[in-house]
Ligand binder design. Structure first.
Ligand SMILES: Nc1ncnc2c1ncn2[C@@H]1O[C@H](COP(=O)(O)OP(=O)(O)OP(=O)(O)O)[C@@H](O)[C@H]1O
Length: 468
């Protein structure tokens, strides 16, 4: 696309706006253009849509408050509802950009939820995408990782398993957006940190501004498109393996049929294993690629193709997950080391990275802790062919909720799978995707959710697409 061309207006027509939209508008050129184009699209196609523009004042630059006010004036002039939210939390001395981003998404999601809106739009552009891919390419070479990051930013990301963040301008160059703003006589703010070459992104941005820049951007976008297709395909193959070979014989216990390690292609099996390990262990990131490959190799039967029995039994730990491989199958459970001690249960918080707590109208009145070995020993175990010692080991790491006024022995109920008491629940989450789920990874996320009894994925924001 050349800078003179208009962006493809179908970018908005693909999106389902029935639950309204929050536009994340910093006041820079990209998000101001996003708002202008979005308002134009909605006025023409769905004028009753609830639209809220939100500006986050991170309180990090002297000009930030004035920029937020400028967005407020822009919105007032066009009849768009607008809110400024201030990041008032403690600012860390290291990792400030990441903390600011985390706070920004949290505040945007809270604003959307308060209005009953399930969709946030950001103004990320093709330039942002190219920069992201080039940065990840450099890192990927250094770390020799799995290369999934080369897919760049996803067209949509599910935040907290409940609100979609869509990036409709990901295929549009910044120059196109600026031209639109100039023609519409709309100004924008320049963020000086975008020019500060002490940071990696501005350095890449500056490098892309030279004469070969356009070609390098095109190449990076083409690489991202290919990597996105590969990543989605890998996800589908991993999901098929999980559907075919994984079961959940008891709460907190996943069983893989020994044929898992030889049934599909190696890449899919490694990826499926990594997602399961992170989920069972309650870890937000996937375990190391090389260590996961080595583990998969140990899980392979002695003579490939002739038997589905393991050559030898063994136990290994990766991603806080104990992998117990024996004749009866390959069992994954949360290791009992470093479990969270008893603590007050906080509504909507994640417990041990594995469970989301819902307390309904009674926050503060409950404690939560792992059941523990003694508690697990008292539980009756259904004889479904799974070694009872394994079921008990998994149960010991499962959470139990009890009223603060009771003693643990008198707990209100075990919080293994679903509602414990009306309005209260401790539900499993797919840990590596619980906070951010890029749309590339819908297939494995949805499949693992079904396996462990996590809530279903909400429908994607793209009309006609359903979540995996
Ligand atoms: N202060 C802000 N208020 C509202 N939205 C913002 C703010 N800053 C950024 N955004 C949204 O995020 C988009 C990307 O912004 P930018 O590239 O500056 O941030 P980033 O840190 O790279 O973003 P991300 O963390 O989402 O990758 C903007 O187009 C806008 O939609």
């Amino acid at each position: 696309m050349t800078p003179e061309t208009e962006p493809d207006r179908s970018v908005f027509s693909q999106i389902d706006f029935t639950s309204g939209a929050v536009a994340a508008v910093s006041g820079g050129s990209d998000s101001t253009a996003l708002l202008l184009l979005l308002k134009d699209h909605l006025d023409r196609s769905a004028p009753a849509t609830k639209l809220l523009a939100v500006t986050i004042d991170h309180g990090l630059r002297p000009g930030a408050a004035a920029e937020a006010q400028a967005v407020a004036r822009f919105c007032a002039g066009r009849g768009i509802a607008h809110r400024i939210l201030v990041w008032s939390g403690r600012k860390p001395s290291t990792g400030l950009p990441a903390a600011a981003r985390e706070a920004r998404y949290r505040l945007l999601a809270e604003a959307a939820q308060a209005e009953g809106i399930g969709l946030i739009l950001t103004g990320h552009t093709a330039d942002d995408q190219a920069e992201t891919v080039l940065m990840r390419q450099a890192r990927s070479h250094r770390a020799r990782d799995d290369g999934r990051g080369l897919a760049g930013m996803a067209p949509a990301t599910l935040y907290d398993w409940r609100i979609w963040i869509a990036r409709p301008l990901l295929g549009t160059r910044r120059a196109v957006l600026r031209e639109i703003l100039r023609r519409a006589n709309v100004g924008w703010a320049e963020d000086p940190t975008n020019e500060d070459e002490a940071f990696e992104r501005p350095r890449i941005r500056a490098a892309l501004a030279d004469r070969n820049g356009a070609q390098r951007v095109e190449d990076a976008l083409a690489l991202a498109a290919r990597a996105a297709v590969e990543r989605e395909q890998l996800g589908h193959r991993a999901a098929a393996l999980i559907r075919g070979f994984a079961g959940r014989p008891a709460a907190g216990l996943v069983r893989l049929d020994p044929g898992f390690a030889t049934a599909g292609d190696e890449a899919a099996a490694v990826y499926a294993l990594r997602v399961l390990l992170a989920t069972v262990g309650g870890v937000a990131f996937l375990p190391d690629q090389a260590r996961s490959e080595a583990l998969l190799n140990r899980l392979r039967p002695g003579r490939p193709g002739t038997t589905v029995f393991l050559a030898a039994s063994f136990c290994a730990t990766l991603s806080r997950t104990v992998v117990d491989a024996r004749r009866a199958g390959i069992f994954l459970r949360r290791e009992t080391r470093n479990l969270t001690p008893a603590a007050p249960a906080v509504d909507n918080a994640l417990w041990d990275g594995r469970r989301r707590i819902t307390l309904g109208d009674k926050p503060g009145a409950f404690l939560i802790a792992p059941l523990g070995a003694a508690g697990a020993a008292r539980q009756a175990i259904a004889g479904n062919g799974t070694p009872p010692s394994l079921v008990r080991a998994a149960l010991a790491a499962e959470p139990v909720l009890w009223r603060a006024s009771e003693r643990p022995g008198e707990c209100s109920g075990s919080a293994q799978d679903g509602p414990v008491l009306p309005g209260r629940a401790v539900r499993p989450v797919v840990a590596p995707f619980a906070r951010l789920l890029p749309s590339f990874d819908l297939a494995p996320a949805g499949t693992v959710a079904a396996l462990i009894g996590a809530p279903r994925l909400p429908a994607t924001p793209f009309a006609g697409h359903t979540a995996g």
